[in-house]
Design a protein around this ligand. Structure first.
Ligand code: RFL
Ligand code: PHB
Length: 395
Protein backbone atom coordinates (compact mmCIF):
# COMPACT_ATOMS: atom_id res chain seq x y z
CA UNK A 1 0.00 0.00 0.00
CA UNK A 2 1.13 3.58 -0.68
CA UNK A 3 0.08 6.84 0.93
CA UNK A 4 1.49 10.34 1.29
CA UNK A 5 1.62 10.55 5.11
CA UNK A 6 1.60 7.56 7.46
CA UNK A 7 0.32 8.69 10.85
CA UNK A 8 1.21 6.48 13.82
CA UNK A 9 -1.26 6.84 16.71
CA UNK A 10 -4.98 7.70 16.74
CA UNK A 11 -4.93 9.94 19.82
CA UNK A 12 -5.97 13.58 19.43
CA UNK A 13 -2.69 14.53 17.65
CA UNK A 14 -2.91 11.78 15.01
CA UNK A 15 -6.64 12.18 14.34
CA UNK A 16 -6.45 15.98 14.14
CA UNK A 17 -3.52 15.79 11.72
CA UNK A 18 -5.36 13.23 9.58
CA UNK A 19 -8.41 15.47 9.37
CA UNK A 20 -6.49 18.64 8.48
CA UNK A 21 -4.53 16.79 5.77
CA UNK A 22 -7.72 15.29 4.36
CA UNK A 23 -9.29 18.77 4.12
CA UNK A 24 -6.23 19.83 2.09
CA UNK A 25 -6.48 16.82 -0.25
CA UNK A 26 -3.45 14.99 1.19
CA UNK A 27 -3.78 11.22 1.61
CA UNK A 28 -2.97 9.72 5.00
CA UNK A 29 -3.39 6.39 6.78
CA UNK A 30 -3.69 6.25 10.59
CA UNK A 31 -2.35 3.19 12.44
CA UNK A 32 -3.40 2.66 16.06
CA UNK A 33 -2.20 -0.07 18.41
CA UNK A 34 -5.38 -0.16 20.50
CA UNK A 35 -9.08 -0.55 19.64
CA UNK A 36 -11.24 2.56 19.14
CA UNK A 37 -13.17 1.79 22.34
CA UNK A 38 -9.95 1.55 24.35
CA UNK A 39 -8.79 4.95 23.06
CA UNK A 40 -12.17 6.48 24.03
CA UNK A 41 -12.02 4.88 27.48
CA UNK A 42 -8.91 6.84 28.54
CA UNK A 43 -10.03 9.80 30.67
CA UNK A 44 -7.51 12.59 30.26
CA UNK A 45 -7.58 16.27 29.41
CA UNK A 46 -10.54 18.54 29.94
CA UNK A 47 -9.44 22.04 29.05
CA UNK A 48 -8.91 23.39 25.54
CA UNK A 49 -7.07 26.57 24.60
CA UNK A 50 -8.33 28.68 21.73
CA UNK A 51 -5.62 27.22 19.46
CA UNK A 52 -7.18 23.78 19.93
CA UNK A 53 -10.81 24.83 19.52
CA UNK A 54 -9.97 26.84 16.38
CA UNK A 55 -8.13 23.86 14.91
CA UNK A 56 -11.06 21.52 15.58
CA UNK A 57 -13.36 23.96 13.81
CA UNK A 58 -10.88 24.26 10.91
CA UNK A 59 -10.87 20.45 10.72
CA UNK A 60 -14.70 20.54 10.38
CA UNK A 61 -15.03 18.57 13.63
CA UNK A 62 -15.98 21.43 15.94
CA UNK A 63 -19.79 21.60 15.72
CA UNK A 64 -20.53 19.72 18.96
CA UNK A 65 -17.71 21.53 20.76
CA UNK A 66 -19.29 24.84 19.76
CA UNK A 67 -22.68 23.63 21.07
CA UNK A 68 -21.62 21.86 24.26
CA UNK A 69 -18.23 23.31 25.31
CA UNK A 70 -18.28 25.44 28.46
CA UNK A 71 -16.45 28.76 28.12
CA UNK A 72 -14.42 29.79 31.18
CA UNK A 73 -13.01 33.29 31.61
CA UNK A 74 -11.48 32.70 35.04
CA UNK A 75 -10.28 30.19 37.60
CA UNK A 76 -10.07 30.04 41.36
CA UNK A 77 -7.02 29.45 43.56
CA UNK A 78 -7.70 28.19 47.08
CA UNK A 79 -4.87 28.47 49.60
CA UNK A 80 -4.53 29.28 53.32
CA UNK A 81 -8.28 28.59 53.60
CA UNK A 82 -9.37 31.39 51.21
CA UNK A 83 -10.29 31.54 47.51
CA UNK A 84 -8.94 34.07 45.01
CA UNK A 85 -10.26 34.44 41.48
CA UNK A 86 -7.92 35.02 38.55
CA UNK A 87 -9.93 36.97 35.98
CA UNK A 88 -8.29 35.50 32.88
CA UNK A 89 -10.60 37.18 30.38
CA UNK A 90 -10.38 40.58 32.06
CA UNK A 91 -6.58 40.41 32.26
CA UNK A 92 -5.97 39.14 28.72
CA UNK A 93 -8.43 41.19 26.68
CA UNK A 94 -11.20 38.60 26.55
CA UNK A 95 -9.31 35.35 26.04
CA UNK A 96 -10.79 32.23 27.58
CA UNK A 97 -10.49 28.43 27.72
CA UNK A 98 -13.14 25.81 26.88
CA UNK A 99 -14.10 22.85 29.05
CA UNK A 100 -14.58 19.91 26.66
CA UNK A 101 -13.24 16.44 27.39
CA UNK A 102 -10.42 14.90 25.36
CA UNK A 103 -12.72 11.87 25.02
CA UNK A 104 -15.36 14.02 23.28
CA UNK A 105 -12.79 15.69 21.03
CA UNK A 106 -11.42 12.26 20.06
CA UNK A 107 -14.93 10.93 19.40
CA UNK A 108 -15.75 13.92 17.15
CA UNK A 109 -12.53 13.39 15.17
CA UNK A 110 -13.20 9.64 14.85
CA UNK A 111 -16.73 10.36 13.60
CA UNK A 112 -15.47 12.93 11.08
CA UNK A 113 -12.87 10.42 9.83
CA UNK A 114 -15.45 7.67 9.49
CA UNK A 115 -17.92 10.02 7.72
CA UNK A 116 -15.23 10.91 5.15
CA UNK A 117 -14.51 7.20 4.58
CA UNK A 118 -10.86 7.53 5.63
CA UNK A 119 -8.70 4.58 6.72
CA UNK A 120 -7.81 4.06 10.37
CA UNK A 121 -6.30 0.68 11.17
CA UNK A 122 -7.14 -0.10 14.81
CA UNK A 123 -5.39 -2.94 16.66
CA UNK A 124 -2.37 -2.66 14.37
CA UNK A 125 0.24 -4.85 16.10
CA UNK A 126 4.05 -4.47 16.17
CA UNK A 127 4.11 -1.26 14.15
CA UNK A 128 7.68 -0.54 12.98
CA UNK A 129 9.09 2.37 10.97
CA UNK A 130 11.93 2.09 8.44
CA UNK A 131 14.15 4.19 6.14
CA UNK A 132 12.95 7.57 7.40
CA UNK A 133 16.45 8.93 6.82
CA UNK A 134 16.12 8.07 3.11
CA UNK A 135 13.68 9.17 0.43
CA UNK A 136 11.22 6.28 0.74
CA UNK A 137 10.09 5.64 4.33
CA UNK A 138 8.12 2.49 5.14
CA UNK A 139 5.84 1.39 7.94
CA UNK A 140 5.16 -2.27 8.72
CA UNK A 141 2.52 -3.74 11.02
CA UNK A 142 0.52 -6.90 11.64
CA UNK A 143 -3.25 -7.08 11.51
CA UNK A 144 -5.17 -10.30 12.15
CA UNK A 145 -1.88 -12.21 11.91
CA UNK A 146 -0.90 -10.90 8.43
CA UNK A 147 2.04 -8.54 7.83
CA UNK A 148 1.38 -5.29 5.93
CA UNK A 149 3.71 -2.63 4.53
CA UNK A 150 2.94 1.00 3.71
CA UNK A 151 5.32 3.13 1.64
CA UNK A 152 4.94 6.86 2.14
CA UNK A 153 6.55 10.29 1.74
CA UNK A 154 6.48 11.16 5.45
CA UNK A 155 5.85 9.50 8.82
CA UNK A 156 4.07 11.47 11.56
CA UNK A 157 4.94 10.03 14.98
CA UNK A 158 1.78 10.84 16.98
CA UNK A 159 2.06 7.72 19.13
CA UNK A 160 2.38 9.22 22.60
CA UNK A 161 5.07 8.92 25.25
CA UNK A 162 5.34 5.11 25.07
CA UNK A 163 5.19 4.93 21.27
CA UNK A 164 7.52 3.32 18.75
CA UNK A 165 8.51 6.40 16.72
CA UNK A 166 10.75 8.27 19.18
CA UNK A 167 12.17 4.91 20.29
CA UNK A 168 13.20 4.15 16.67
CA UNK A 169 15.51 7.17 16.42
CA UNK A 170 19.20 6.33 17.01
CA UNK A 171 20.28 7.45 20.50
CA UNK A 172 23.06 9.60 19.02
CA UNK A 173 20.52 11.72 17.07
CA UNK A 174 18.24 12.66 19.96
CA UNK A 175 18.62 14.46 23.28
CA UNK A 176 16.08 14.18 26.09
CA UNK A 177 15.41 16.32 29.16
CA UNK A 178 13.37 14.98 32.06
CA UNK A 179 12.07 15.82 35.53
CA UNK A 180 10.03 13.31 37.50
CA UNK A 181 7.91 14.63 40.40
CA UNK A 182 7.72 12.72 43.68
CA UNK A 183 3.90 12.31 43.63
CA UNK A 184 0.99 11.49 41.34
CA UNK A 185 -2.61 12.61 40.72
CA UNK A 186 -5.47 10.38 41.75
CA UNK A 187 -8.38 11.27 39.45
CA UNK A 188 -12.09 10.52 39.84
CA UNK A 189 -14.88 11.10 37.32
CA UNK A 190 -18.44 11.19 38.71
CA UNK A 191 -21.91 12.22 37.57
CA UNK A 192 -22.33 14.95 40.17
CA UNK A 193 -22.63 18.72 39.64
CA UNK A 194 -19.30 20.62 39.76
CA UNK A 195 -18.13 22.33 42.94
CA UNK A 196 -18.07 25.76 41.34
CA UNK A 197 -18.79 27.46 37.99
CA UNK A 198 -15.03 27.59 37.32
CA UNK A 199 -12.09 25.28 38.07
CA UNK A 200 -10.73 25.44 41.63
CA UNK A 201 -7.01 24.69 42.12
CA UNK A 202 -6.31 23.92 45.78
CA UNK A 203 -3.07 24.21 47.75
CA UNK A 204 -3.83 22.72 51.17
CA UNK A 205 -1.55 21.44 53.89
CA UNK A 206 -2.77 17.92 53.03
CA UNK A 207 -1.65 18.38 49.41
CA UNK A 208 -2.95 19.65 46.07
CA UNK A 209 -6.51 19.12 44.84
CA UNK A 210 -8.28 20.16 41.64
CA UNK A 211 -12.03 20.53 41.19
CA UNK A 212 -12.72 20.34 37.46
CA UNK A 213 -15.67 19.30 35.33
CA UNK A 214 -16.83 17.92 32.00
CA UNK A 215 -20.35 19.42 32.00
CA UNK A 216 -22.92 20.87 34.41
CA UNK A 217 -23.69 17.33 35.57
CA UNK A 218 -20.30 15.60 35.38
CA UNK A 219 -17.28 16.45 37.56
CA UNK A 220 -13.60 15.56 37.45
CA UNK A 221 -11.60 15.76 40.68
CA UNK A 222 -7.92 15.15 41.39
CA UNK A 223 -5.89 14.67 44.57
CA UNK A 224 -2.10 14.79 44.97
CA UNK A 225 -1.13 11.31 46.23
CA UNK A 226 2.02 9.29 46.94
CA UNK A 227 3.42 7.42 43.94
CA UNK A 228 3.17 4.22 45.95
CA UNK A 229 -0.66 4.47 46.15
CA UNK A 230 -2.82 2.26 43.93
CA UNK A 231 -6.18 3.51 42.59
CA UNK A 232 -7.93 0.24 43.52
CA UNK A 233 -6.96 0.79 47.17
CA UNK A 234 -8.84 4.11 47.25
CA UNK A 235 -12.55 3.55 47.95
CA UNK A 236 -14.95 6.26 46.73
CA UNK A 237 -15.63 7.09 50.35
CA UNK A 238 -11.93 7.58 51.10
CA UNK A 239 -11.54 9.80 48.02
CA UNK A 240 -14.46 12.09 48.89
CA UNK A 241 -13.36 12.19 52.53
CA UNK A 242 -9.86 13.34 51.59
CA UNK A 243 -11.12 15.90 49.06
CA UNK A 244 -13.52 17.27 51.70
CA UNK A 245 -10.57 17.85 54.06
CA UNK A 246 -8.63 19.81 51.42
CA UNK A 247 -11.50 22.27 50.69
CA UNK A 248 -12.64 25.52 52.35
CA UNK A 249 -15.90 25.62 54.39
CA UNK A 250 -17.94 26.90 51.39
CA UNK A 251 -16.53 24.13 49.21
CA UNK A 252 -17.29 21.46 51.82
CA UNK A 253 -20.86 22.65 51.91
CA UNK A 254 -21.27 22.59 48.12
CA UNK A 255 -19.43 19.34 47.42
CA UNK A 256 -21.79 16.72 45.99
CA UNK A 257 -20.43 13.17 46.08
CA UNK A 258 -21.51 10.05 44.20
CA UNK A 259 -20.21 6.78 42.76
CA UNK A 260 -17.07 7.12 40.63
CA UNK A 261 -17.27 6.24 36.92
CA UNK A 262 -13.49 6.11 36.60
CA UNK A 263 -10.59 6.24 39.04
CA UNK A 264 -6.91 6.26 38.08
CA UNK A 265 -3.49 7.51 39.17
CA UNK A 266 -1.21 9.45 36.80
CA UNK A 267 2.45 10.09 37.62
CA UNK A 268 3.69 13.65 36.98
CA UNK A 269 6.56 14.19 34.60
CA UNK A 270 8.21 16.93 32.54
CA UNK A 271 9.95 15.59 29.42
CA UNK A 272 11.24 17.02 26.13
CA UNK A 273 12.96 15.26 23.22
CA UNK A 274 15.02 17.38 20.82
CA UNK A 275 14.82 17.70 17.87
CA UNK A 276 11.31 16.78 16.73
CA UNK A 277 12.30 15.98 13.13
CA UNK A 278 14.54 13.15 11.88
CA UNK A 279 14.65 13.17 8.06
CA UNK A 280 11.14 12.19 6.97
CA UNK A 281 9.95 11.41 10.50
CA UNK A 282 8.17 14.17 12.44
CA UNK A 283 7.22 13.71 16.11
CA UNK A 284 4.12 15.51 17.43
CA UNK A 285 2.35 15.65 20.80
CA UNK A 286 3.18 13.41 23.76
CA UNK A 287 5.58 11.42 21.52
CA UNK A 288 7.98 14.38 21.85
CA UNK A 289 7.07 16.05 25.14
CA UNK A 290 5.19 15.57 28.41
CA UNK A 291 4.08 18.21 30.91
CA UNK A 292 2.61 17.68 34.37
CA UNK A 293 -1.17 18.22 34.00
CA UNK A 294 -1.33 21.19 36.41
CA UNK A 295 -1.20 23.78 33.61
CA UNK A 296 -3.56 21.78 31.31
CA UNK A 297 -1.07 22.13 28.46
CA UNK A 298 -0.48 18.58 27.13
CA UNK A 299 -3.32 18.29 24.64
CA UNK A 300 -2.96 21.94 23.65
CA UNK A 301 0.73 21.48 22.85
CA UNK A 302 -0.16 18.42 20.78
CA UNK A 303 -2.60 20.65 18.88
CA UNK A 304 -0.07 23.41 18.19
CA UNK A 305 2.46 20.82 16.93
CA UNK A 306 -0.24 19.53 14.57
CA UNK A 307 -1.03 23.07 13.43
CA UNK A 308 2.63 23.64 12.46
CA UNK A 309 3.02 20.16 10.91
CA UNK A 310 -0.16 20.26 8.84
CA UNK A 311 0.73 23.74 7.54
CA UNK A 312 4.25 22.55 6.63
CA UNK A 313 2.99 19.44 4.82
CA UNK A 314 0.36 21.43 2.94
CA UNK A 315 3.10 23.92 1.89
CA UNK A 316 5.23 20.96 0.72
CA UNK A 317 2.54 19.48 -1.51
CA UNK A 318 0.77 22.64 -2.62
CA UNK A 319 3.62 25.15 -3.02
CA UNK A 320 6.52 22.70 -3.48
CA UNK A 321 8.29 24.49 -0.60
CA UNK A 322 9.99 22.73 2.31
CA UNK A 323 10.47 25.93 4.34
CA UNK A 324 7.84 24.94 6.93
CA UNK A 325 9.21 21.40 7.26
CA UNK A 326 12.65 22.92 7.82
CA UNK A 327 11.54 25.14 10.71
CA UNK A 328 9.00 22.68 12.22
CA UNK A 329 11.17 21.39 15.05
CA UNK A 330 12.52 24.77 16.17
CA UNK A 331 9.06 26.41 16.08
CA UNK A 332 7.46 23.62 18.11
CA UNK A 333 10.27 23.46 20.65
CA UNK A 334 10.15 27.20 21.37
CA UNK A 335 6.46 26.84 22.28
CA UNK A 336 7.02 23.53 24.09
CA UNK A 337 9.66 24.98 26.43
CA UNK A 338 7.42 27.93 27.34
CA UNK A 339 4.64 25.49 28.27
CA UNK A 340 7.15 23.29 30.11
CA UNK A 341 8.22 26.30 32.17
CA UNK A 342 4.64 27.30 32.99
CA UNK A 343 3.57 23.75 33.88
CA UNK A 344 6.64 23.23 36.10
CA UNK A 345 6.07 26.61 37.81
CA UNK A 346 2.35 26.00 38.45
CA UNK A 347 3.07 22.45 39.69
CA UNK A 348 5.77 23.76 42.06
CA UNK A 349 3.42 26.47 43.36
CA UNK A 350 0.40 24.27 44.10
CA UNK A 351 1.75 20.96 45.48
CA UNK A 352 3.25 19.98 48.82
CA UNK A 353 6.97 19.24 48.62
CA UNK A 354 8.01 18.10 52.13
CA UNK A 355 11.58 17.69 50.84
CA UNK A 356 11.79 21.49 50.29
CA UNK A 357 11.56 22.03 54.05
CA UNK A 358 10.07 24.94 55.97
CA UNK A 359 11.94 27.53 53.94
CA UNK A 360 10.50 26.14 50.71
CA UNK A 361 7.03 26.18 52.24
CA UNK A 362 7.33 29.85 53.26
CA UNK A 363 8.56 30.81 49.78
CA UNK A 364 5.56 29.02 48.23
CA UNK A 365 3.17 30.92 50.50
CA UNK A 366 4.86 34.23 49.66
CA UNK A 367 4.59 33.52 45.94
CA UNK A 368 0.89 32.63 46.17
CA UNK A 369 0.24 35.89 48.04
CA UNK A 370 2.18 37.84 45.41
CA UNK A 371 0.37 36.09 42.57
CA UNK A 372 -3.13 37.07 43.66
CA UNK A 373 -2.24 40.57 44.87
CA UNK A 374 -0.10 41.77 41.97
CA UNK A 375 -1.84 42.55 38.68
CA UNK A 376 1.43 41.89 36.86
CA UNK A 377 1.81 38.43 38.42
CA UNK A 378 -1.88 37.57 37.81
CA UNK A 379 -1.56 38.66 34.19
CA UNK A 380 1.61 36.58 33.71
CA UNK A 381 -0.29 33.55 34.92
CA UNK A 382 -3.46 34.32 32.95
CA UNK A 383 -1.72 34.81 29.59
CA UNK A 384 0.07 31.48 29.97
CA UNK A 385 -3.03 29.63 31.19
CA UNK A 386 -5.22 30.75 28.28
CA UNK A 387 -2.30 29.95 25.94
CA UNK A 388 0.30 32.19 24.37
CA UNK A 389 -0.45 33.20 20.76
CA UNK A 390 0.95 30.83 18.11
CA UNK A 391 3.32 33.51 16.81
CA UNK A 392 4.52 34.51 20.32
CA UNK A 393 8.16 35.58 20.29
CA UNK A 394 8.48 35.38 16.53
CA UNK A 395 7.00 38.71 15.49
P1 RFL B 1 -1.92 10.10 23.09
O1 RFL B 1 -3.25 10.63 23.50
O2 RFL B 1 -1.12 9.35 24.09
O3 RFL B 1 -2.16 9.21 21.79
C1 RFL B 1 -1.14 8.40 21.24
C2 RFL B 1 -1.80 7.22 20.56
O4 RFL B 1 -0.79 6.40 19.96
C3 RFL B 1 -1.09 5.04 20.22
N1 RFL B 1 0.15 4.25 20.13
C4 RFL B 1 0.47 3.49 19.06
N2 RFL B 1 -0.15 3.27 17.91
C5 RFL B 1 0.45 2.43 17.03
N3 RFL B 1 1.64 1.81 17.27
C6 RFL B 1 2.30 2.01 18.43
N4 RFL B 1 3.47 1.41 18.67
C7 RFL B 1 1.72 2.89 19.38
N5 RFL B 1 2.10 3.31 20.60
C8 RFL B 1 1.14 4.13 21.04
C9 RFL B 1 -1.72 5.06 21.61
O5 RFL B 1 -2.50 3.90 21.84
C10 RFL B 1 -2.54 6.32 21.54
O6 RFL B 1 -3.85 6.10 21.09
O7 RFL B 1 -0.97 11.29 22.54
P2 RFL B 1 -1.35 12.64 21.74
O8 RFL B 1 -2.27 12.34 20.61
O9 RFL B 1 -0.05 13.31 21.51
O10 RFL B 1 -2.22 13.50 22.78
C11 RFL B 1 -1.65 14.02 23.96
C12 RFL B 1 -2.70 14.10 25.08
O11 RFL B 1 -3.34 12.83 25.19
C13 RFL B 1 -2.08 14.50 26.43
O12 RFL B 1 -1.09 15.49 26.25
C14 RFL B 1 -3.13 15.05 27.41
O13 RFL B 1 -4.06 14.06 27.76
C15 RFL B 1 -2.45 15.60 28.67
N6 RFL B 1 -3.41 16.07 29.67
C16 RFL B 1 -4.02 17.31 29.55
N7 RFL B 1 -3.76 18.08 28.49
C17 RFL B 1 -4.40 19.28 28.32
O14 RFL B 1 -4.11 20.00 27.34
N8 RFL B 1 -5.37 19.73 29.21
C18 RFL B 1 -5.70 19.00 30.30
O15 RFL B 1 -6.60 19.40 31.04
C19 RFL B 1 -4.99 17.75 30.53
N9 RFL B 1 -5.28 16.99 31.59
C20 RFL B 1 -3.73 15.27 30.78
C21 RFL B 1 -4.67 15.78 31.73
C22 RFL B 1 -3.15 14.02 30.95
C23 RFL B 1 -3.48 13.26 32.06
N10 RFL B 1 -2.87 11.98 32.18
C24 RFL B 1 -3.58 10.80 32.40
C25 RFL B 1 -1.49 11.81 31.79
C26 RFL B 1 -5.00 15.04 32.84
C27 RFL B 1 -4.39 13.79 33.03
C28 RFL B 1 -4.74 13.05 34.30
C1 PHB C 1 -9.28 18.05 33.75
O1 PHB C 1 -10.45 18.48 33.76
O2 PHB C 1 -9.04 16.85 33.54
C2 PHB C 1 -8.16 18.97 34.00
C3 PHB C 1 -8.41 20.35 34.02
C4 PHB C 1 -7.36 21.22 34.28
C5 PHB C 1 -6.10 20.72 34.53
C6 PHB C 1 -5.84 19.36 34.48
C7 PHB C 1 -6.89 18.47 34.22
O3 PHB C 1 -5.09 21.58 34.83
Amino acid sequence: MRTQVAIIGAGPAGLLLGQLLHRAGIAAVVLERQSGDYVLGRIRAGLLEQVTTELLIEAAAGARLQREGLTHGGLELLFAGARHRIDMAGLTGGRHVTVYGQTEMTRDLMDARAAAGLTTVYEAADVSIHDFDGSSPKVRYYKDGAEHEITCDFIAGCDGYHGVCRASVPASAIRTYEKVYPFGWLGVLADVPPLSDELVYVNSERGFALCSMRSSTRSRYYLQCPLTDRAEDWSDQAFWGELHKRLDPAGRERLVTGPSIEKSIAPLRSFVAEPMRFGKLFLAGDAAHIVPPTGAKGLNLASSDVKYLSAALIEHYRDKSDAGLGTYSAKCLARVWRAERFSWWFTSLMHRFPENGEFGQKIQEAELGYLVNSRAASLAMAENYVGLPLDFGTS
